[in-house]
Design a protein around this ligand. Structure first.
Ligand SMILES: Nc1ncnc2c1ncn2[C@@H]1O[C@H](COP(=O)(O)OP(=O)(O)OP(=O)(O)O)[C@@H](O)[C@H]1O
Length: 288
């Protein structure tokens, strides 16, 4: 399911004294199967863009196309429910939204609310639990008796049980330790690969953007200022630093090494393995 944002603008509390222009003239194309990372400073408009991807916000100017559905500014838009079913959002700290007595009830709540039968919703709950790496044994447990990491996975299972075509992730690893972060990010990456699931990740982690995304968009003051592959984006270190953004550790290490050795490696490497191979090759060459 392709998604495109066409020249959208969004004003919070429009036509009131508190009106605030949050994003302007934003155009983004997200073809089916893309893994896109949205990065940018706090307040640059990432969350506002994200909420247009499943019509939680309707633009005050422009058009959002989500599969066969169009959401246009200043019009009565129908079918918003269908859109919300197709695009699942995992918000920050999704476990805060758990509320049912049992894990099963929590996971089936969304699908049943959208008209799926109880029997099918229960089937979906079992499959979704498996996808997030949890055992079926917890179905009858209270979500509040689980560990923080398990609670987060249950909340994610609730989104997956809606069988979305597109998954939008808003800082999905916030508050987790490094191991928990990697496990969750690897899990989303497997879902993306196995099911060709379009994935949009809003993150402050340049490491995650570099490692998982195939396209990165940089937002600044409510506008898209740059789009490219991770290599294209992270090759312009000075530009990123000028925007107040970080670069992955491995890129920082490469630049520092090049500076100290007075060399240029000719390409940007986003993994330690690739960088060490390039340096090893260079050193071997120097010894011939
Ligand atoms: N509910 C709201 N009412 C009024 N203004 C808002 C509201 N939500 C966001 N804004 C403003 O819109 C602009 C964009 O905010 P947004 O939350 O989209 O940025 P962000 O890049 O997601 O930030 P963060 O990284 O902190 O989540 C900011 O100036 C913000 O103050």
């Amino acid at each position: 399911m392709d998604i495109s944002l066409q020249n959208i603008e969004y004003r919070y509390q429009a036509n009131t004294p508190f009106e605030r222009l949050a994003i302007k003239d934003v155009s983004i194309n997200i073809p089916t199967g893309t893994y896109m990372a949205l990065i940018g400073h706090t307040g640059s408009g990432k969350s506002t863009v994200l909420q247009h991807l499943n019509a939680l916000l309707v633009p005050t100017e422009g058009t959002v196309v989500i599969g066969n559905h169009e959401v246009k500014a200043k019009q009565k838009n129908k079918n918003l429910k269908q859109i919300r079913q197709k695009v699942g959002i995992v918000f920050q700290f999704p476990e805060h939204q758990l509320f049912e007595e049992t894990v099963e009830k929590d996971i089936i709540f969304g699908p049943m609310n959208f008209g799926v039968s109880e029997a099918e919703a229960k089937e979906r709950a079992r499959f979704a639990l498996q996808q997030v790496g949890l055992s079926q044994e917890i179905l009858e447990k209270s979500p509040f008796d689980l560990s923080g990491g398990q609670m987060r996975r249950v909340a994610i299972a609730g989104v997956l049980a809606m069988e979305p075509d597109c998954l939008v992730l808003d800082e999905p690893t916030a508050g987790l330790d490094p191991r928990g972060r990697k496990e969750i990010m690897d899990m989303f990456y497997s879902l993306h690969k196995e099911r060709n699931l379009t994935t949009i990740l809003v993150t402050h982690s340049m490491e995650d953007a570099a490692q998982y995304a195939d396209q990165i968009i940089i937002m600044q003051q409510g506008q898209v200022v740059k789009q490219g592959t991770p290599i294209e984006i992270f090759s312009s270190v000075t530009e990123l630093v000028d925007m107040g953004l970080d670069v992955p550790e491995v890129v920082r290490f490469q630049r520092s090494l090049e500076e100290k050795l007075g060399i240029t490696l000719g390409a940007t490497y986003l993994s330690i393995e690739e960088l060490s191979s390039a340096v090893a090759q260079l050193l071997r060459g120097a010894h011939v």
